[in-house]
Design a protein around this ligand. Structure first.
Ligand code: GLN
Length: 505
């Protein structure tokens, strides 16, 4: 295996044994980026000089015999909605194309304190709204397993970079599935922690009652290591919860005998691709084989009402959060033609209509509508009430089960440009959004392949029971080969087509 194929814990072991240097690792990953990012397009900004300097610095400290944490010298990258002091943070939007934050998000500071090496910023759906990374203002990112397909979204750049060996791990944000769905599409591990476990200070807000930060990694152990580094109370985030954070690697025992696992009946439904269903069912059998007690469970409200509830609450909160991008306080401002002047209102309107892309504008309009007088009770308040019922669904299920499992997504990674109707893309989030609505932790892990495309399994636990997620995820991973597969980074469909036309010619 090449350096860029290795996990953080494998690299960390090699560093400890002095078989490799911090500089070797960062140089190898930067070279990998140079070689393949022209195809994958995961990065919006690459901070090569900073990365090399940081790696040199860690190397010097290591040579002096300093005791360094496990992520020291490990190259990572961040979704471009994490503020990074002095490094452009765009949210993949024209609105913030040239925004350079004066401070870093708390989680970024934490990773840097752990001496991880920042490689750069990763592409995403504009302001984290989307499921394919196609709504980025800059360019779409491609799936390393098949460059004709999307990597998922909105943390598509993060997932693609980790899968393709362009970063050892990455951070993403997850409001309705944006870490888990791209992790599933790219064949890696992605975790959305419990609401309040990880600070969101300095992460550009989308829907504040659901946004959470989490790791995207090559395996479950790396996920635990990154969560160890970023979890914990932050006085700068008023939703951050003050409680002790355990060492998550302690739960990587491989032992799940007697664990009660519920398979969500409504999520093995008509909308599920039959090939994904087959892979998922095999995964369920594997868990049984490992000693788990598996049974069906039902989430009647969560499974049916979550997408509509999400698409009322998320846009409502987004319309408020994005009001600050008005041409005065941040980023882009529309300028009138020479000799003309805008009134203040015209300036606001032009700035917002030129600075935001179509999906963001759609959400702002929807959100403003559901909060407007006359609609508020009918939509927003009703959605808030159904939200309580969705939470109750989960509470009831956890009386019988330790964790619940579902396929992470109903379908395989789709082709670029395939989902033109926004509703198609909204529906593809139906297994992930209930988790955000209820504020629960969930992880997506690789559970098989269909025609060379990865399939993910989602494990969902009660609030603050990340320990259960790690236990089950690790046991499954260690008894299956999928996490060791690496993507070919090539086009499949168009290559096939080209081959076909050769024959016809
Ligand atoms: N795909 C969902 C959406 O479009 C989720 C996005 C997210 O989790 N940030 O809103």
């Amino acid at each position: 295996m090449d350096i860029f194929d290795l996990t953080a814990h494998e690299l960390s072991d090699l560093l400890k044994k002095r078989e490799i240097t911090d500089l070797d690792i960062t140089s190898a990953i930067l070279k990998r980026i140079q070689q393949i990012d022209g195809d994958v397009r995961a990065y919006v900004t690459i901070t090569e000089e900073n990365a090399l300097n940081a790696a040199r610095n860690v190397h010097e400290r290591r040579s002096k015999g300093d005791d360094l944490p496990p992520l020291a010298g490990i190259p990572m990258a961040l979704k471009d909605n994490f503020c990074t002091k002095g490094v452009r943070t765009t949210c993949s939007s024209r609105m913030l194309e040239n925004f350079i934050p004066p401070y870093s998000a708390t989680v970024v500071d934490k990773l840097l304190e752990n001496s991880a090496v920042l490689l750069g910023k990763l592409n995403m759906d504009e302001f984290a709204m989307g499921s394919s990374t196609e709504s980025s203002y800059f360019f779409p990112t491609r799936n390393p397993w098949d460059l004709d397909r999307v990597p998922g979204g909105s943390s598509g750049g993060s997932a693609a970079a980790v899968a393709a060996g362009e970063a050892v791990f990455a951070l993403g944000s997850d409001t309705g599935g944006s870490i888990r769905q791209p992790a599933a599409f790219c064949g890696i591990v992605g975790m959305k922690p419990t609401y309040g476990l990880v600070s969101r200070n300095g992460v550009v807000a989308f829907a504040s009652s659901m946004d959470q930060v989490g790791p995207l990694t090559k395996d479950v152990r790396d996920c635990a290591l990154v969560l160890n580094a970023i979890a914990g109370y932050d006085p700068l985030d008023s939703t951050s919860v003050n409680r002790n954070v355990p060492d998550y690697t302690a739960f990587l025992t491989g032992e799940i005998k007697g664990k009660r696992i519920g398979v969500v009946r409504e999520m093995i439904d008509d909308g599920l691709d039959s090939r994904v269903a087959e892979v998922f069912n095999n995964a369920v059998s594997k868990l049984e084989e490992l000693g788990a007690v598996v049974d069906e469970c039902s989430l009647p409200v969560a499974a049916t009402a979550s997408v509509p509830v999400y698409h009322i609450i998320a846009p409502a909160e987004a319309s408020s959060n994005l009001a600050r991008f008005d041409g005065v306080r941040y980023g882009f401002r529309a300028v009138p033609e020479k000799g003309k002047k805008y009134t203040l209102e015209e300036m606001y309107m032009k700035t917002r209509s030129e600075g935001f892309g179509p999906e963001v504008k759609r959400r702002i309009m929807m959100g403003t509508y559901v909060l407007s007088s006359g609609c508020y009770e009918k939509y927003y308040l009703k959605a808030a009430k159904v939200r309580t019922l969705i939470k109750k669904d989960f509470e009831q299920a956890y009386e019988r089960f330790d964790v619940l499992i579902t396929p992470t997504t109903p379908d395989l990674p789709f082709l670029l440009g395939e989902k033109v109707n926004p509703l198609d893309s909204y529906n593809s989030d139906k297994y992930t959004v209930p988790v955000n609505i209820a504020g629960l932790p969930a992880i997506s892990i690789p559970c098989g392949f269909v025609e060379g495309l990865p399939v993910g399994m989602q494990i969902i636990a009660p609030a603050f029971r990340e320990d259960s997620l790690f236990q089950v995820a690790y046991a499954f991973e260690q008894n299956t080969p999928y996490h060791r597969e690496r993507p070919p980074i090539k086009r499949r469909a168009s290559e096939e087509k080209a081959k076909g036309s050769d024959i016809n010619d």
